[in-house]
Ligand binder design. Structure first.
Ligand code: SF4
Ligand code: SF4
Length: 395
């Protein structure tokens, strides 16, 4: 297994020190996934948090705004697939049917009421229901607080502003599910964040804080659990922990998320809070500008993400941000057999072998590829090895 690598960042790519808000999109788009039935009709009025579609198994989708249902439209999502989506025109009033008061404490949930609350709000992260993770009876809890993409800072702000909430929620989970071990992993490069956690940690002796180097791909779940030598843990991201807190405290679904917009060809560069279901192009047009005529846009980062030629996709829980870079022509050259790509691979794979045997290589040579992009990053010949290691592409 290759060692994590320190990724060089461009010095001129600096983020604003605050989170911007764009919580008043004109429209929100909610995907109508397989098995979902609509609960609303065209022109009907919906309140924020209303269930607008549901499955026979009790899952539901909630509106993140109040407003009028306009109909159904095919919309693009981060995986490049178009899906039929419910379109709601935001009336900017944030009307709710019943205004629930926040709970004073979250520690009075037991296992059943906790699972019920997650289920009722159909909390999804990366398109998976979070409640499912808690039904797998894992014995170790690992909280991944490490930003994966070098230029993103969603987790930085979440950790900086919410140390007390994060620890309180992790402690609650640990008590409800009686985990044998509870580990919180964060980067070791922010003294402000470390101090905030250290100041609070004395109250939570059962939480084991691990400080990890600012190296890539430490933030990738599969890599992190390997280097921490944790056997089959339940892994939650910081976003999931904060989502759980929000649901338990406010008793309403999660309707917002942080997204990083950065790169050497965009201004400003910052983390922005948006409504789930917003269109990225609308967020961008109202808050950002390209600074160059010719740019490359990486959806979800320049390491694990992919290049896109449009910003017209819907922001769901899979969208963490974009990196906008000046277009530069990188000449692809012949492989010089330097060996860097297989020395660095965190999964011990050999991308050079796959590249050398294109169209004639067994699937097992690509098995386990994390699509982390490290092989691309280190390759002096600029070969797009990552795409050849993607089982679904090219060979
Ligand atoms: S993209 Fe795949 S092959 Fe390349 S370094 Fe990452 S895990 Fe290894
Ligand atoms: S890093 Fe690039 S040049 Fe070096 S062996 Fe791998 S493919 Fe060849």
């Amino acid at each position: 297994m290759g060692e994590a690598v320190t990724i060089k960042r461009e010095n001129n790519i600096k983020l604003e020190s605050f989170i911007k808000n764009y919580l008043n999109p004109k429209y929100v788009f909610l995907p109508i996934d397989e098995g979902y039935k609509l609960r609303v009709i065209d022109n009907s009025y919906v309140y924020k948090n209303d269930i607008v579609m549901f499955t026979d198994k009790g899952k539901s989708v909630h509106s993140s705004v109040s407003g009028r249902v306009l109909g159904i439209k095919d919309m693009l999502y981060s995986n490049g697939v178009k899906k039929s989506s419910l379109v709601i025109e935001n009336d900017l009033k944030e009307n709710v049917r019943v205004r629930k008061s926040a709970k004073k404490y979250i520690d009075n949930y037991d296992k059943e009421s906790f699972l019920q609350m997650l289920d009722d709000t159909s909390f999804k992260y990366r398109n998976k229901y979070v409640v499912q993770k808690f039904l797998e009876n894992k014995r170790i809890l690992l909280i991944n607080g490490i930003e994966l993409e070098p230029y993103f800072a969603n987790k930085y702000f979440e950790l900086l502003e919410n140390a007390d909430i994060i620890l309180e929620t992790i402690d609650l989970l640990s008590n409800i599910f009686h985990f044998e071990k509870t580990v919180l992993a964060i980067k070791n490069n922010s003294s402000d964040i470390i101090n905030n956690f250290m100041n609070e940690l004395g109250t939570y002796p059962n939480i084991d804080l691990k400080l990890m180097g600012d190296a890539y791909p430490n933030g990738m779940d599969d890599y992190l659990k390997k280097i921490l030598e944790l056997d089959d843990p339940l892994i939650l991201s910081i976003e999931e922990v904060l989502g759980i807190y929000h649901i338990l405290k406010k008793q309403v679904p999660v309707s917002e998320k942080l997204v990083t917009i950065t790169g050497n060809a965009v201004n400003p560069k910052c983390v922005i809070k948006v409504k789930l279901g917003s269109l990225l192009s609308e967020v961008f047009i109202n808050n950002f500008d390209f600074t160059e005529k010719s740019v490359v846009v990486y959806l979800n980062g320049n390491m694990t993400g992919r290049v896109v030629d449009t910003l017209k996709f819907v922001i769901d829980s899979t969208v963490d941000g974009i990196v906008v870079m000046k277009k530069s022509v990188k000449q692809v050259e012949d492989c010089i057999s330097c060996g860097l790509c297989f020395k660095c691979c965190p999964m011990g794979l050999n991308p050079k072998y796959v590249f050398d045997h294109l169209g004639n290589v067994k699937g097992e040579y690509k098995e386990g590829c994390l699509q982390c992009g490290l092989c691309n990053y280190v390759c002096p010949s600029n070969i797009d090895l990552k795409s050849y290691m993607n089982g679904s592409e090219k060979n």
